[in-house]
Design a protein. Sequence first.
Length: 357
Amino acid sequence: MTGTRLRAAPDARLADAVRVVTRARGRERGRSVVVAAGLLAAVAAMFAVSLSVGDMVMPLGKVVETLFGGGDGGSRFVVLELRLPRALLAVLVGIGFGLSGAVFQSVLRNPLAAPDVIGISAGASAVAVTASLLFQVSGLALSGSALTGSVAAGAAIYLLAWRQGVAGQRLVLIGVGFGTGLSSVVWYVMARSDTTDAQEAYLWLTGTLNGRSWGQVWPLLTALAVLVPLTALAARALGPLQLGDDAAAGLGARVEPGRLALLGCATALAGVATAAAGPVGFVAFVSGPIARRLVPGRGAALPHAALTGALIVLVADFGAQHLLPSVQLPVGVVTSIIGAPYLLLLLARANRGGTGG
């Protein structure tokens, strides 16, 4: 009888522990769903505001009527040709940058590891500006050149960082240096170009949705329809990788192929977003940290980071259109206002913690 009670006591404690863990995980999943729903609702609300507000303010009911084939010719032109493609592009660009930044930061376990910091966006900019100013490339070919530049830069940084594997800190440092060199190429090409052409290139380098149309929406939508599922598939290796290479290998994960697949997807996501709107600064940098703060304990929080990126770009573009009367700012100006203080705060914290170098 006594032996039975002794055996039952550990079993009861184990069952209690399992129930506690199950309840905690249930709360985490519940919070994750609630936060995702809240972000989705905020994106939808901001999207509706973007379609309604402008030089010609339209009631939301009229916007919905126009979207479903009603309305007069003027409202159809304003909503379907001017506002809808721009708002959709803001959402898609935000998803691309937000997801890309969250993957880079999670895989490399470094909050500075965003494509606009480690040289990926600089590669897209260097090739696109060179193709535009020196070879008069435009349209879809220019977008293709930006994508090619980002992929080539990502591959070069990865190879330069390879030392029997890739360490996050080393890749970030090499990426920052590589990006600085590519930026010098951009400014050299602009200095050798016609002033008017250089001004247009500078506007693109800031990151802008001004003048964008369906011609930029469909290629980006098609690319994301391929890349987002591929990223979700590759993200199955993200959990073990976040534990470190040795722990991941001990769990049976294929460390380097998994890391390479994730970095390839993140590079392509940043490339297609840059091709559509230019290197919109700091969206990739801040989306992941914001998402992880909203859902602590959920790892990389990739869906939340994508929705956060979409919301940031929508809000920033709305501000860029309406902050100053009669002036449409590039969206990258507004996102830089949001992101630059966060970068300074992050560097200050790293310095206080003794990791700032």
